[in-house]
Write a protein that binds this ligand. Sequence first.
Ligand code: NAD
Ligand code: MG
Length: 338
Amino acid sequence: MSATMYYEDDADHSLVAARKVAVLGFGSQGHAHALNLKDSGVDVAVGLRPGSFRESTASDAGLRVLTPSDAAAWADLIMVLVPDQYQQGLYAEAIAPNLQEGDALFFAHGFNIHFGYVAPPATVDVAMVAPKGPGHLVRRQYESGSGVPALVAVHQDATGGAKALALSYAHGIGATRAGVIETTFKAETETDLFGEQVILCGGVDELIRAAFETLTDAGYEPEMAYFEVLHELKLIVDLLFEGGLSWMRYSVSDTAEYGDVTRGPRIVTEQTRATMRQILGEIQSGAFAKEWMEEVAAGTPNLLAARRALAEHEVETVGADLRNMMPFLVAKTPEDDQ
Ligand code: NAD
Ligand code: MG
């Protein structure tokens, strides 16, 4: 099985250009979609909660800013770009009352549609345009004349034109310049959650702390441990990104490569693989989604407690000191992003 790909010539720009597009949210994805569409000649309004600190950023950029309800009422294509855990509430409050027959409801991640937290009427198109990169890259690539690849999927084709409209939207944000892959809400949602849980976030985060603690418990300096198990990860990830696993193994020393192929399987064991399958099962059954939505409804107590505890870990405190020695790094803390 191989995925279907679409490029510039597969998209009809006039479809999105004929729409009034409401981008709800002006965060990572929201700012990139709204600005790219506007620069592509699309009529865009940004929907923001009154008093949002992003209001002036959006209006200074020349965008029309409305409340989410007003934006949804004005638009005939609504792109939902608020955090996934708030989409159900936003949909009920601002979107559902303003949906009309033939409108299009777009998402950049399938979570709420796939797990049924948002259930639009059968009279509207429901599709996904999900860039495979953070919003800042989506904007920067567009400005430089290029684009970030995206996934498109259609959940509900009320008008018969949902896929063509999704491709047109992907064109408007610059994604067809790079290439667009067709998928389903189910596949996008389940693979996205699996990736972030077992490797990209969960797996890597836990491996870093386990390796750091193993070295510091054995008496090695925490500064040495930090460089070895966290800082240098970027060099390896860059190689993977550029040329895949074999390029990484080719580029490291033979000693490192021998350690890789003989020791790696002892770290990721049959038990680890069995746990991966179990985690995938929890995603597929909806158990993870239910657990997360209940955590959100309770005010995310477990997430906040974990955030506090992990912030005090020595890998973080020693890391902050070491990064100060490296002015070539762009300092990044959650506070820098406010
Ligand atoms: P974000 O956290 O960067 O932005 C959130 C925006 O929503 C902000 O403007 C915020 O003010 C607003 N907002 C927050 N809570 C709100 C509420 N209750 N009501 C109304 N507005 C609210 O979000 P993001 O990372 O851009 O994610 C948006 C969507 O894009 C999600 O579905 C996400 O899965 C998807 N996505 C994100 C990325 C990424 O790299 N960040 C990549 C692909 C897809
Ligand atoms: Mg993802």
